[in-house]
Design a protein around this ligand. Structure first.
Ligand SMILES: Nc1nc2c(ncn2[C@@H]2O[C@H](COP(=O)(O)OP(=O)(O)O[C@H]3O[C@H](CO)[C@@H](O)[C@H](O)[C@@H]3O)[C@@H](O)[C@H]2O)c(=O)[nH]1
Length: 433
């Protein structure tokens, strides 16, 4: 890690030049400025670079060359003179948003992300992808302030960017939390999807004559929608949601189907089963476990408090699942697909595998805490993804044990870094994240 270097940023409104420390290098504590404030200021300034990258502007539509199958983008990169495909992602700062951004950049896309204003710095999963927009030949990811609860912000970005593809990944995605904040969850997850669909519909009808291909829409559905329907669950299994989150996802699913049927929108629901990674939020059970394994192994934590260990989930790797999202939008016809590994494991089996990676017995550390039980539980999820395998030629590459190992290895390394800071007295070792 080198010395912090200056990052020059132009604001969208005034083109004023602001000299900043790069947010991608270690930050010295700024004299007279709280760390939160300093981080927020950096984020706001990073965000001030709205609009298209220089390369994306003014070039002609590529016609039907983008329709059809995966092979529509030979080698994944546009050739000289080709217009880049443009994707707009809501929820870009999340686990899936960051993997999808990497994937689409690899395919040669220009990627725009909608990001919520927050007092906390929340772009950590994207920092490795951020390029100063002054490097216009390299900067292909742009972030813009918007919110699924603010229809005008969605309209503005869809209208001004006119993307080829819109991926709605934004959500209040924690099932247990949705019982605490049900109205907000419904507003963002259900009505938010409706707002974005409406923005896409309006942009498509306004630009119909000028566009060779209307905007395509991906809706992040969830296996939680199946709820108490017994496994294996496929596209034809009935929904029986068991939480405000799942009920809102069912509404978003049907809004998407309705816009497809009513307006002919190219809109797909990806019914994704649980998908995890080292970038998973730390309050989801897999990451909560692997974070604890790393910290317990290094003596930074002793106990892990959990709820229901008998729930079974079909856990795959998030990096594999974003490819399925993209494949859905490359087909000739829109449809809904289950994406799953078709293997199911209980939370207890995940614990056994994760603690086993570092030679520990989970029973010595796990304490059951009633607060982590949900008012209604989804007992068993196991997907039947034969449709996606057949029509999208998709299949998962990472298996269960490989996924557990990947997450444990990552979190052991994280715990090692944390230990250096704890030993030096810079931070406290908290019991549990
Ligand atoms: N989060 C959490 N879950 C626990 C805990 N102890 C046991 N569990 C159990 O672990 C299971 C998985 O919980 P989560 O990891 O929170 O995921 P989820 O509820 O299955 O929801 C995730 O997957 C959905 C796809 O099926 C997603 O739609 C959703 O947004 C989320 O990512 C649930 O049965 C939950 O009760 C705990 O301490 N924390």
């Amino acid at each position: 890690m080198g010395t912090p270097c200056p990052l020059s940023i132009f604001s969208r409104s005034g083109n004023e030049r602001v000299e900043k420390q790069s947010p991608f290098l270690p930050l010295p504590a700024a004299a007279g400025m709280a760390e939160d404030q300093q981080q927020q200021q950096q984020q706001d300034e990073k965000m001030a670079n709205g609009g298209r990258t220089a390369e994306g502007e003014g070039e002609g539509e590529g016609g039907e060359k983008y329709s059809g199958q995966t092979a529509a983008i030979p080698g994944g990169m546009p050739g000289a003179g080709d217009r880049r495909k443009v994707a707009l992602i809501s929820g870009i700062t999340g686990q899936d948003g960051s993997y999808l951004t990497e994937f689409l950049l690899g395919k040669g896309y220009e990627v725009h992300g909608l990001i919520r204003r927050s007092s906390n710095f929340n772009t950590a999963r994207l920092d490795h992808l951020y390029v100063d927009p002054h490097n216009s030949h390299k900067a292909r990811m742009k972030l813009h302030y918007a919110d699924l609860s603010d229809a005008s912000s969605l309209r503005r970005w869809v209208d001004s960017l006119l993307p080829d593809e819109v991926y709605n990944l934004a959500a209040q995605s924690h099932v247990a939390v949705s019982f605490e904040i049900p109205d907000y969850t419904a507003d963002v997850v259900a009505t938010g999807a409706l707002r974005l669909l409406e923005a896409v519909r309006i942009a498509n009808s306004a630009s119909a004559s000028a566009r060779a291909r209307p905007i395509r829409y991906y809706q992040a559905g969830s296996s939680e929608m199946f709820g108490s329907t017994p496994p294996p669950q496929s596209e034809s299994s009935p929904f029986h949601p068991r939480s405000p989150y799942a009920a809102a996802k069912v509404a978003a699913h049907w809004y998407t189907v309705n816009y497809r049927e009513a307006y002919g929108l190219f809109a797909c629901n990806g019914i994704l089963f649980n998908h995890e990674s080292p970038r998973r939020g730390e309050n989801f059970v897999t990451r909560k476990i692997t974070r604890a394994v790393g910290r317990i192994r290094l003596g930074l934590q002793t106990k892990l408090f959990l709820g229901n260990l008998s729930a079974a989930r079909d856990w795959g790797f998030a990096g594999d699942y974003v490819e399925a999202m993209w494949l859905m939008l490359q087909q000739d016809r829109p449809a809904d697909y289950v994406v799953a590994t078709e293997q199911s494991h209980t939370v207890e089996e995940f614990l056994q595998a994760a603690f086993g990676c570092v030679g520990l017995d989970w029973k010595d550390h796990v304490v059951i805490d009633a607060r982590y039980f949900r008012p209604a539980e989804v007992d068993s999820l196991k997907g039947d993804s034969s449709k996606a395998r057949r029509l999208l030629a998709w299949k998962p590459r990472v298996g269960f044990l490989q996924l557990v190992r990947m997450m444990v290895d990552h979190d052991l390394e994280l715990a090692q870094k944390e230990k250096v800071l704890v030993d030096a007295g810079y931070i406290d070792a908290h019991q549990q994240p």
